[in-house]
Write a protein that binds this ligand. Structure first.
Ligand code: ATP
Ligand code: MG
Length: 408
């Protein structure tokens, strides 16, 4: 059999977790995921995407090769809401044809991983199909044993599971499956503003919150004009990685350098970082109100650096009233690095670039800031005017986020 000559239409099945998704919620969730995938995969040869009984089915154009289907699978696995992706075929609801499609599907799975054992897992969603699932498992299993005598059947944890799903008018057969990141589709949980540095942590924090369905708008504070604009380019590269999974709609770039200089010249050195960060939070909060975002998100992890002690986290958060989420607060650096590698931002984040964080740092920063001391130091500066100026100077950059609409 020639690789490209499968006599069946190629499909990719998107599986999602159904737990907790009941009634109206479920339809909204499915439609959101469907629209996100349509927009994100517009460069693939897709005929259409349909809901088929608890799955989304991506129908690929005739002649689409397996490599293209696999590339789609790779992209889909990082999209929030996708719990699993499988490659396979659509065929007639006829047991002999289903067996033939299963032979092709299992061959695909063997192409990409070392398969020695398999099982068949058949479902019928319409009892108008005469053969029940046990019988389908048996018949198709026997066909596969004949076609691949070197493989053996294993019920518990086989290397490949051949899925057979019989629906009203058709049957879908697949075997090559990968695990996705799960969660909820972006756009199903409202909007947040993420403080995005070019470091390792904050892109991961953004991805984690996007995985719970939040649509993210980034804010990056650069050290410009006191430093070069390198960090801005790195953040743009990071945003391009994040947009592949539809997580990020905008990044506001705010040049903070001159304001940090003012603080560094007049405030007690030990409190500088807290004051910089309170200013960043205030600007982010104002941008959140403009964007209709309901929370701020940071990549902080408890105790990781001086500014991330409990006292300092509290002293900074006190400057704003929106909730601040820290998806990485309980994670270790090694865990964060491994997530950054999975996401594909690690190499970009590892490039050193001066941003506002590296500018005018004190020798010994306060690790247990008192809010009253911070407020006193801050009262020397026209903070409200600064926030107005900084928000006015913010440059907005757009990225692909299918659910995003300008004002909410
Ligand atoms: P990261 O790796 O995300 O830069 P970090 O370990 O370097 O984090 P900090 O520099 O203390 O820690 O920053 C803590 C959080 O504050 C970051 O995760 C990010 O959310 C925010 N932040 C820090 N610097 C910036 C910046 N230049 N622009 C926007 N947000 C920032
Ligand atoms: Mg940093």
């Amino acid at each position: 059999m020639d690789e490209n000559s499968a006599p069946f239409q190629r499909i990719c099945l998107i599986h999602y977790h159904e737990i907790g998704l009941k009634g109206h919620n479920r339809a909204v969730f499915e439609m959101r995921l469907l629209r996100n995938l349509e927009a994100l995969f517009c460069d693939f040869p897709i005929v259409t995407i349909h809901r088929i009984s608890g799955r989304l089915c991506i129908f690929l154009k005739e002649g689409t090769d397996y490599a293209t289907a696999l590339a789609l699978v790779e992209r889909a696995r990082v999209v929030p809401g996708v719990a699993r992706v499988s490659c396979g075929y659509k065929c007639e609801r006829e047991i002999k044809t289903m067996g033939e499609a299963a032979i092709w599907a299992l061959r695909d799975a063997c192409d990409v991983s070392d398969v020695k054992t398999f099982k068949v897992s058949a479902r019928r969603n319409h009892t108008d199909f005469p053969t029940d699932s046990m019988e389908m498992n048996r018949v198709i299993g026997a066909v596969l044993c004949d076609a691949y005598p070197e493989l053996s059947v294993k019920m518990k944890e086989p290397d490949a599971t051949v899925g057979v799903e019989v629906v009203q008018n058709a049957c879908y057969v697949y075997a090559a499956s990968v695990t996705g990141i799960g969660g909820l589709p972006v756009g199903s949980s409202g909007r947040v503003v993420c403080l995005l540095s070019s470091g390792i942590d904050s892109p991961v924090a953004l991805w984690r919150i996007a995985r719970r369905g939040a649509e993210c708008v980034g804010v990056h504070f650069s050290g410009r004009p006191q430093t070069a604009d390198t960090s801005e380019y790195l953040v743009d590269d990071i945003a391009h990685v994040l947009e592949k999974s539809g997580c990020i709609a905008r990044v506001y770039v705010v040049p903070l350098g001159d304001y940090q200089r003012e603080i560094a010249l007049a405030a007690p050195p030990a409190l500088r970082i807290i004051l910089y960060r309170r200013l960043m939070f205030r600007v982010a909060e104002r941008l959140a109100r403009i964007e209709g975002a309901k929370a701020l998100v940071t990549g902080e992890s408890l105790g990781q650096v001086a500014s991330q002690t409990l006292d300092n986290i509290r002293a900074v958060e006190d400057a704003v009233s929106l909730p601040v989420f820290r998806p990485l607060i309980g994670t270790d650096k090694l865990e964060i690095i491994s997530m950054a590698q999975q996401l594909g931002t690690y190499d970009i984040s590892s490039i050193d670039a001066p941003d506002c964080c590296t500018l005018f740092m004190p020798r010994s920063p306060e690790t247990h800031a008192k809010i009253s001391d911070v407020e006193e130091a801050e009262s020397a500066f026209p903070i409200d005017t600064w926030v107005d100026e900084l928000v006015a100077s913010a440059e907005s950059h757009r990225y692909t986020c299918p659910s995003y609409k300008r004002s909410k």
